[in-house]
Design a protein around this ligand. Structure first.
Ligand SMILES: Cc1cc2nc3c(=O)[nH]c(=O)nc-3n(C[C@H](O)[C@H](O)[C@H](O)COP(=O)(O)OP(=O)(O)OC[C@H]3O[C@@H](n4cnc5c(N)ncnc54)[C@H](O)[C@@H]3O)c2cc1C
Length: 433
């Protein structure tokens, strides 16, 4: 009998194992934490519930909806129309900014409109080679200078010309001239873009989703940290020295961590591809605060380089996550791995939120600071080639990778579910042979 080992009990690993279990394949999931869910966990402090930054479910594919229905969890999710805004120069306007400049100051709005019209009517003559050229070509100089460049610098801790175009298509909506002009006059109604509508559990936080899947996962072993992987001998070693043998291995843990766990030296090309992988971590400051939320938005983007966080959310505006008369706040600060003292970073973020008039520090009842590492893969020009080299190597040594950080990409919870299903199909076919 073949035995499939899944490294990591986040959404991707749980779905992989749940699907393999349905096929009657023997499967074991090794998860280092004491609870399943990975980045989709929710933490409880008294009567406050905090996700690890906003985790809102966008469903684009019918099979995802069917899957959630089958798990009996679909009805636990309420559907919300996004309320999100962008703050530029202290003025707030709805997201996405490119079709909503009406809330900005006259000078900024003029820059954005003129820049867009010049870009729209000009012809650069060649396809954009990097994110900087792409933004200038598509949105113009004003929107680039006031929002896209400072915001993405803050999030990815990289200059716009260092970023490739491999991630942008689906996530940054492209407007036409009428939309931009209407947006400068405030004529749009309703939300647009890939995340115009989202689902979120009415109560209990996003962990309801991984918990529902984990309940159906056979062989889930929690509190088991993998410390070595021996692909030739086909075993993994745990922190306590236990060795677990496998016939097939699926890894959902982050790509650099997996490579560092592989027993013996990596081939030189793979080692240098590993060194080329670049990412940022995110410090998440979650606050439980007495009083009404200072904004009815679900979240706000901040482009200003002087403000340390790139986004602030008010999660209790979309779920029952705080006791009556209180609200929750979620701040996100992006950092280079290992840079900055987390407590200092968190303190500065809270101070900036206070300065922005969005927090009364005397009303903070509960504070939880977490670090997501890795959080965002940096899509620099080296990423694609490096990932191709690593993938080829892992395939040669019989390791399947699945999920956002295992495949070193940008993706969401729905993708994690679909990635888990695809991995289970691939490995299940092999296991059946
Ligand atoms: C800031 C931020 C905001 C996001 N917001 C959204 C959103 O609004 N909507 C959305 O759809 N998606 C969102 N996402 C994406 C979403 O979090 C991911 O798509 C999803 O969680 C990926 O799940 P995963 O199982 O692939 O990875 P993970 O959740 O990271 O699971 C991997 C698991 O491996 C475990 N592990 C690691 N090392 C070891 C080891 N040595 N031994 C054993 N176990 C190990 C970890 O503990 C973890 O549980 C967001 C992500 C971030 C960073």
């Amino acid at each position: 009998m073949r035995k499939v080992l899944v490294l990591g009990g986040g959404l991707t690993g749980l779905v992989t194992a749940e699907q393999l279990g349905r096929q009657g394949v023997e499967v074991c999931v090794l998860e280092r934490l004491a609870e399943p869910g990975g980045a989709c966990r929710s933490l409880t402090e008294g009567r406050f519930v905090f996700d690890l930054t906003g985790h809102l479910l966008h469903i684009a594919r019918p099979e995802t909806e069917r899957y959630l229905d089958d798990l009996g969890i679909l009805d636990a999710f309420a559907v919300h129309e996004r309320r999100a805004a962008v703050v530029v120069g202290g003025r707030t306007t709805p997201y996405p900014i490119q079709i909503n400049t009406f809330g900005l100051s006259d000078e900024v709005r003029r820059d954005c409109l003129l820049g867009f019209i010049r870009a729209w009517s000009g012809d650069s003559g060649s396809a954009p080679a990097d994110f900087r050229e792409w933004v200038l070509d598509r949105f113009g100089e004003g929107l680039a200078r006031h929002f896209f460049f400072p915001y993405n610098r803050k999030l990815y801790r990289a200059e716009p010309e260092e970023l490739s175009l491999d991630w942008v298509g689906r996530y940054v909506p492209k407007p036409d001239l009428k939309e931009v002009v209407d947006g400068a006059l405030g004529l749009h109604r309703g939300a647009v873009g890939y995340n115009a509508v989202f689902r979120y559990p009415s109560q209990g936080g996003i962990r309801r989703l991984p918990d529902a899947i984990a309940a159906r996962v056979p062989g889930l072993r929690l509190g088991k940290t993998v410390t070595a992987v021996a692909p030739r001998e086909r075993w993994v070693e745990l922190e306590d020295g236990e060795r677990v043998a496998y016939s097939d291995l699926v890894s959902t843990i982050s790509l650099p961590v997996l490579l560092d766990l592989i027993d013996g030296e990596l081939p030189p090309g793979v080692a240098s591809a590993r060194r080329a992988l670049r990412w940022v971590q995110v410090v998440n400051v979650a606050l439980g605060v007495r009083g009404r939320a200072p904004s009815s938005e679900h979240w706000l983007y901040f482009a200003d380089p002087a403000v340390p966080f790139y986004r602030v959310g008010f999660p209790s505006n979309h779920g029952r996550l705080a006791p009556r008369g209180s609200h929750t706040v979620s701040l996100e600060v992006s950092l280079d791995p290992g840079a900055g003292d987390v407590a200092t970073v968190a303190g500065k973020a809270e101070a900036a939120l206070t300065a922005a008039g969005l927090l009364d520090p005397g009303q903070v009842r509960v504070r939880r600071v977490s670090v997501l590492d890795p959080a965002y893969v940096v899509f620099d020009h080296a990423r694609k080639g490096a990932v191709a080299v690593i993938r080829r190597y892992l395939s040669e040594i019989g390791i399947t990778i699945a999920g956002r950080w295992a495949e070193w990409k940008y993706s969401a919870m729905e993708d994690a579910i679909l990635d888990g299903m695809a991995a289970a199909r691939r490995v299940g076919r092999k296991a059946a042979r």
